[in-house]
Design a protein around this ligand. Structure first.
Ligand code: URA
Length: 270
């Protein structure tokens, strides 16, 4: 482990952890290119279904989001990146436009291999116009650093909702549904090699399910786009991890899984 990775590991509150060799087998070969220790075997195995995890309180149901998405399907032609940014900036599709300071389209490198999807901007993101710049964002940065990724260079980060829900309340199903075409088009245009999904709301919206993070993490899902299927890994939201540090080991296992299964390089053109 390099000194930088050790610092990131400590920032995550994870180490040191020593594991038996069979833990590596349980997670797959070569999950940690740095040679860092992997989580304990019991953390690495699939978590049994558990009561619904709550990020900001009351749960919303995947079916409700899907029903809203069907109702609010967007018939307009698909915009390019700049037009999409402009559409988001001036969006009035739901009531969040009345309380926001500004929209939060996303940040990072549009040519980066990975896309990271969170839930919605919070207070600091709403002020600064960038995703994950508050306390949860600092933990996300540490999580990325722990696997050797830089948020400006190696990923593009966005949220399901482009506007802050007032008081950081949960997103409403109709807000998710009305915003979903923006995320969908971002994924089409970015064409990432894989998607890392942070938390229940993003996972439920992208995977069209009402399952909990505990039920969705620790495996590779497929997200269909443009005739292909992108590998997608779900993990806990950094804000949840700040409140539930005992689950950081599981998040580490998910990051290792993402490293192993989401390609770090785009295929060469032509
Ligand atoms: N939480 C999120 O899901 N996204 C942000 O941008 C900030 C906090």
């Amino acid at each position: 482990m390099t000194p930088g990775q050790r610092a990131a590991w400590q920032a995550l509150g994870l180490g040191p952890v020593w594991v038996r060799r069979d833990a590596r087998a349980a997670l797959g070969e070569g999950l940690d290119p740095s040679g860092a220790e992997l989580p304990r075997p019991d953390e690495a195995r699939r978590a049994p279904p558990s009561p619904r995890e709550t990020i900001r309180g009351e749960a919303i149901r995947g079916e409700a989001i899907q029903a809203e998405m069907a109702r609010s399907a967007d018939p307009t032609p698909m915009p390019d990146w700049e037009s999409l940014q402009a559409s988001v900036r001036t969006c009035e599709r739901c009531g969040l436009c009345r309380s926001r300071q500004q929209t939060v389209f996303g940040s990072g490198s549009p040519t980066a291999p990975w896309l990271i999807v969170g839930e919605a901007p919070g207070a600091e993101e709403d002020l600064r116009g960038e995703p994950f710049v508050g306390q949860a964002g600092r933990l996300l940065d540490a999580m990325l650093a722990a696997i050797g990724l830089d948020r400006a260079r190696d990923v593009f980060i966005t949220n399901v909702l482009k506007c802050r829900p007032p008081g950081n309340r949960n997103p409403e199903p109709d807000e998710v549904a009305r915003c979903a075409p923006f995320l969908r088009r971002q994924i089409e245009l970015l064409a990432p090699t894989g998607i890392l999904v942070m938390g229940r709301f993003a996972a439920q919206a992208l995977l069209e399910t009402d399952a909990s993070v505990a039920g969705l993490r620790n495996r590779v899902h497929r997200y269909p786009v443009g005739g292909a299927e992108l590998p997608l890994v779900v993990t806990y939201h950094p804000a949840y991890l700040l409140r539930n540090p005992a689950d950081k080991g599981k998040a580490w296992a998910d990051l290792c899984l993402a490293l192993a299964r989401l390609p770090r390089q785009r295929a060469a053109a032509g």
